[in-house]
Design a protein around this ligand. Structure first.
Ligand code: MG
Length: 396
């Protein structure tokens, strides 16, 4: 049982969309394939990994530090003591040899790419979908096959007016999503309020009796605002009772978050730009967030992978938070399996952007904002044809 090869490549996901902070005109993603010596149906079991949109490809770190460490490791040092399998925790420790505490940033993205591929391989070797493996190993609950997803979009785009925005949101609602998300902060407040009002008007047609349209809309400022601007938006949107108000200020400005949390009653969401369990501990200590209503969006594909995500869930437990308050960023199948297997509150979904990395298995329609997972072994990339084709094109 050993890793025989690790391949790495870079692909473009460039597009014209923008959020409040960045455009995606030069956006790239690192992909890896971890080939094992376990052969099934004449082919070696291979795990695949990538990272979420919004961070650039990590070739330098992967090729200079992390892939060589795995290549140089004694194969026995990466094996599971209890099972005929690789051990993702030992592999993580090997990757992180000679890395000082702190300094997370890009490093956490590079390690996350490899960690995803390792878990994909481990679940394939065990012949289980990842969500089932996770429920069995790490919870005392049965895996849920169905998970809440919301449709994230509403980006700024050259020439995109409110009618085009509404049209986009309508598409998501027609696809079976009950909650949609749009960007804010890329236009002045008054203009953004017009965008929000236009979407809410459309959402009204899809709400059930007695339900407010605001409960079906989340807004995301991508960390753009200073405290005064974040407050100004909070005052305007509070009466709308939105599903959540995401990343109002800088992701590491816990004091700003705490100020806002004290002033705004509906839910907040944040955490997609946290990279370690220490960051999560600090957010929970100092961000003033409310375990009964706010949401945490740490993304395992950007923050050292699932091994670290399990530590984050431990931090949550210590602070009295349920895993059901977590709805990871990223819209990828890896986080979807983690959500289903570990009892998270759901997962982001990008029905229209960041393809082929965004989105889940083919032929898994969304009903009432719930999606079924496939039962293919691993993360199920083989059931997402555009993504698996890309892996085959790059890695053979
Ligand atoms: Mg966001």
């Amino acid at each position: 049982m050993r890793i025989v090869e690790i391949k790495e490549s870079v692909v473009s996901i460039a597009s014209e969309i923008k959020n409040a902070y960045i455009d995606f005109s030069k956006m790239t993603v690192s992909i890896v394939a971890v080939v094992t010596d376990v052969v099934r149906e004449g082919k070696p079991i291979t795990g695949y990994g990538f990272h979420s949109n919004g961070r650039y490809a990590q070739s330098g770190l992967l090729n200079e530090r992390f892939i060589p460490r795995l290549r140089e490791a004694e194969p026995d040092s990466l094996r599971d003591d209890e099972r005929e399998n690789l051990d993702p925790f030992k592999i993580w420790n090997t990757l992180m040899q000679n890395e000082k505490p702190g300094g997370h940033g890009e490093r956490s993205v590079a390690v996350g790419v490899i960690d995803m591929a390792i878990w994909d391989a481990v679940a394939k070797i065990e012949e289980k979908p990842l969500y089932k493996l996770l429920a069995e190993r790490f919870t005392d609950q049965k895996a849920r096959k169905e998970t809440f997803v919301y449709a994230a979009g509403g980006y700024y785009y050259p020439g995109k007016d409110n009618e085009a925005l509404v049209q986009e949101m309508r598409t998501y609602l027609e696809q079976g999503y009950k909650v949609v998300k749009m960007k804010i902060g890329g236009a002045p407040l008054a203009k953004d309020m017009k965008r929000i009002e236009a979407v809410l008007k459309e959402l009204e047609a899809f709400t059930e009796r007695g339900e407010s349209a605001g409960r079906r809309l989340a807004v995301d400022a991508n960390g753009r605002f200073d405290l005064a601007t974040a407050r100004a938006y909070a005052r305007e949107i509070e009466p709308l009772n939105l599903f959540w108000y995401e990343e109002a200020g800088d992701p590491l400005d816990y004091a700003l978050q705490a100020e806002l949390t004290g002033e705004y009653k509906p839910p907040f969401a944040t955490g997609e730009n946290l990279f370690s369990h220490q960051d999560v501990a600090n957010l929970l200590r100092y961000g003033g967030l409310r375990p009964e209503k706010d949401y945490l969006q740490m993304d395992p594909a950007l923050s050292y992978g699932l091994v670290e995500y399990l530590r984050m869930l431990e931090v949550l437990k210590q602070h009295g938070w349920s895993p059901s308050r977590c709805i990871p960023h990223g819209g990828h199948q890896f986080a979807l399996h983690i959500a289903a297997g570990l009892g998270l509150g759901g997962n982001e979904s990008y029905p229209g952007v960041f393809q082929p990395f965004g989105g889940f298995a083919d032929h898994t329609p969304v009903h009432d904002s719930l999606i079924h997972l496939t039962d293919l072994p691993g993360v199920g990339f083989e059931a997402k044809s555009d993504l698996i084709d890309l892996f085959y094109e790059n890695f053979g």
